[in-house]
Design a protein around this ligand. Structure first.
Ligand code: C2O
Ligand code: CU
Length: 468
């Protein structure tokens, strides 16, 4: 296989001395997939829910029988779930007890600059605090939060700093989608371990991250009733794309994406989520007799070679029957009509592909936090054409502040399928081009856009836009 991004600039220190854990030897489907805890506000007023979280070190059993030190929100891995409502503010005071600075970004959220968790807006290590205010003025969406401290985010996220933020509203509530215990958030990712349980973090070594986790457990099983479930999937990986399917290739019904529900359900055999993206997927287990065991599997995207371990993800076990009054209607929501755009821009995503190259660029430039790359007039609607001009490396494209619409992929209009919803991150396989449209309103300020493959962002595939 050709060398794709062989950057060796990580912190591999721990790798010396202990042997690497071989994923082949890890027992598959012997641990139950846990649900992350739902965080309770310490105060609710008429308009606002107040939370506190502490970033701290914790040790968890990810691989059966061994303990892994992590950087966590509140000692949870993955981090807790916040349940928010459109029109009701959430205020979170974060205390950083870690030995490294952090910056907490609410991915996909429409927020003022000072609560965006920008790369330079750090919470000091060793007890620094910051209070983030989330106005929740946008419609329902499956958001998530993660560290974004410049040059540190890739390792901080890899070591555990992610959590789920589910924003709901009346549009979503009045549908009778699977709810309660049948509505299950799942954070998917990969990692690489030493035999002593420590994570190995080395920038750019994505080809070796061969342990797959769901909700913080390596290859878990999940017991289900023979009825419909809603799974809110987030790809929290550093670089791995998940191209998911059921082992029998039976139907997955994708009902939502980054910015909430799709206009109509997308019935499919496969769901692709690149790092940072979300997919909201209904699986109807009523087609299986009780006693059936069925795997959710992953197919490696080119140019990566298929490997058995990473093709397994979760094993579903149908253990009982249950009543099901949930419905997936043929129409889920109506999105606002696309207005006319007044500005067109082009963006080129590229990284060094030669062995030893470590550069990563947008329009030929590496990220400089003091440089404004794109000046945007407040209120403008713009069309951005974004191209991955690498031959081997996949990328994706994420913008802060806005949910955008995908107009075209590789020159073809997007009129059906999973990209018809509101998006904040789009995959870009080698050579691909997407055209997206966004309206920059609500807040003025400086926000980033970047490749959401965390190592690539940390290598510099990031830029600033200023809305004024
Ligand atoms: Cu989820 Cu700027 O990132
Ligand atoms: Cu990239």
């Amino acid at each position: 296989l050709p060398v794709v991004n062989a950057a060796g600039t990580g912190t591999a220190g721990a790798a010396a001395g202990a042997a690497e854990l071989d994923p082949v030897g890890i027992a598959k489907f012997t641990q139950k997939m846990p649900l992350p805890p739902v965080l309770t506000p310490y105060l609710n007023t008429g308009t606002t829910s107040y939370y506190r979280m502490t970033l701290k070190e914790a040790t968890k059993e990810i691989v059966p029988g061994i303990r892994t030190p992590l950087r966590t929100f509140n000692g949870s891995f993955p981090g807790p779930v916040i349940k928010a409502e459109s029109g009701r503010r959430v205020v979170i005071k974060q205390t950083n007890s870690l030995a490294v600075p952090t910056s907490i970004h609410l991915h996909g959220a429409h927020v003022p600059q000072d609560s965006d968790g920008a790369p330079m807006d750090l919470i000091a290590a060793g007890g620094g605090t910051k209070t983030y205010t989330y106005p929740n003025t946008q419609p329902h969406a499956n958001l998530w939060f993660h560290d974004h401290a410049h040059h540190m985010e890739s390792e901080n996220v890899y070591r555990g700093l992610t959590g789920t933020y589910i924003l709901t509203d009346d549009i979503e509530r009045r549908l009778r989608l699977p709810s309660g215990q049948y509505d299950v958030p799942i954070a998917l990712r990969d990692a690489r371990f030493l035999e002593n349980g420590e994570l190995i973090y080395q920038m750019g070594d994505f080809m070796k991250r061969n342990v797959i986790m769901a909700n913080g457990k390596a290859w878990p099983y999940f017991e289900v009733a023979a009825r419909k479930y809603r799974f809110r999937l987030t790809n929290t990986s550093n670089q791995r794309f998940f191209d998911l399917h059921l082992a029998d290739n039976s139907e997955l019904v994708q009902i939502g994406t980054d910015g909430g529900l799709l206009p109509a359900p997308h019935r499919t055999e496969t769901v692709l989520i690149s790092p940072g993206e979300r997919a909201d997927v209904v699986i109807d287990f009523s087609r299986y007799p009780v006693g059936t065991v069925i795997e959710l599997r992953n197919k490696e995207i080119p140019p990566y070679e298929p490997a058995d371990a990473v093709s397994k993800v979760i094993q579903f076990r149908v253990t009982r029957t249950a009543a099901d009054h949930s419905v997936v209607p043929d129409r889920l929501r109506t999105l606002p009509a696309l207005g006319p755009a007044s500005v067109n821009r082009e963006f080129d995503m590229k990284m060094d592909e030669q062995p030893g190259g470590t550069g990563a660029y947008i329009n030929g430039k590496t990220y400089d936090m003091d440089r404004i790359d794109t000046e945007i007039a407040y209120g403008a609607t713009e069309i951005w054409t974004v191209t991955n001009s690498n031959k081997l490396a996949p990328h994706n494209f994420h913008m802060h502040l806005v949910q955008f619409r995908v107009l075209e992929r590789n020159g073809k209009p997007v009129t059906s399928g999973p990209e018809t919803g509101l998006k904040d991150t789009v995959p870009l396989k080698p050579g691909e081009t997407v055209k997206v449209q966004a309206t920059f309103d609500g807040y003025r300020g400086t926000y980033v856009y970047h490749c959401h493959l965390f190592d690539h962002g940390a290598m510099g595939m990031m830029a600033n836009m200023r809305i004024s």
